[in-house]
Design a protein around this ligand. Structure first.
Ligand SMILES: NC(=O)c1ccc[n+]([C@@H]2O[C@H](COP(=O)([O-])OP(=O)(O)OC[C@H]3O[C@@H](n4cnc5c(N)ncnc54)[C@H](OP(=O)(O)O)[C@@H]3O)[C@@H](O)[C@H]2O)c1
Length: 221
């Protein structure tokens, strides 16, 4: 994909969204950090620049992100994903790509639990609420924010699924800007049912081994 590429992050002020913004801006994309409140988006951009220098970052409210960007990451808590997609529905550009990063997990009482989603996965739940003119892929669901927001190469694999081969390919073109991340084409959107459970598994592994950076590598591919 030719650079400069403009990528947006809805919910870009949280740890996962900041990590996406940091990695892609370092990779050469112009990243628009989105928030419900433009001031929070601006503060996030300022903090990322304090940490990592003059990166190509901009700030906007979430709806403006949908307006401005052909590729948009969704990094809000799953419980609010449908609402924010609904709010932005009219603003997404025709032919744009949404990359869903949400995982339907709760930490009631400290223990992680997968939220049962009627459609089978968060990604399929979002597909049902997204205008047909917007393509959907899912990615980065198993990469911890702590790793994404750090400086070391990611040194792991990540699964990409999507509602078409084109959506997966476009998502891959963007994600290849991140050094040390090998992409595994996991096929149609329904693969998110497994991938989201793998995130839960990674969280459990972290707890059991008292580490924080567990993630995946596929051998034999
Ligand atoms: N954290 C991880 O390690 C990790 C790893 C893989 C996947 N994920 C997934 O990535 C997503 C983001 O994770 P996170 O840890 O960054 O989450 P988070 O900090 O809880 O939330 C991210 C951002 O979402 C926005 N937000 C919060 N409530 C909202 C609402 N009611 N409506 C609209 N926006 C709202 C907030 O931005 P504003 O207040 O600025 O609008 C917030 O900064 C989650 O779905 C998570 O499951 C996380």
């Amino acid at each position: 994909m030719p650079l400069p590429l403009q990528v947006g992050v809805i919910g870009g002020t949280g740890p996962e969204g900041r990590g996406v913004a940091l990695r892609l801006a370092r990779g050469g994309a112009t990243v628009v950090v989105g928030s419900r409140a433009i001031d929070r988006a601006r503060q996030t951009v300022d903090r990322l620049r304090e940490r990592a220098g003059e990166l190509p970052l901009d700030a906007a409210d979430n709806r403006t992100v949908a307006d401005r960007c052909d590729v948009v990451f969704l990094t809000v808590p799953f419980a609010h994903a449908a609402a924010i997609v609904g709010e932005c529905a009219e603003r997404f550009r025709p032919g744009s790509l949404l990359i869903d990063v949400t995982v339907p997990v709760t930490f009631d009482g400290g223990a992680p639990q997968l939220v049962e989603v009627a459609e089978g996965s968060a990604a399929e739940h979002i597909r049902g609420r997204l205008p047909r003119r917007v393509q959907l892929a899912a990615a980065l669901k198993t990469v911890p924010a702590r790793v994404l927001g750090g400086d070391a190469p990611l040194d792991c694999d990540e699964f990409v699924c999507g509602d078409s081969a084109e959506a997966r390919s476009r998502a891959g073109d963007v994600l290849r800007l991140i050094p040390g991340l090998r992409l595994i084409d996991a096929g149609p959107l329904a693969a998110a049912r497994t991938i989201e459970r793998m995130t839960l598994l990674a969280i459990e592994i972290n707890r059991r081994y008292k580490v924080r950076d567990a993630r995946f590598r596929v051998v034999g591919v």
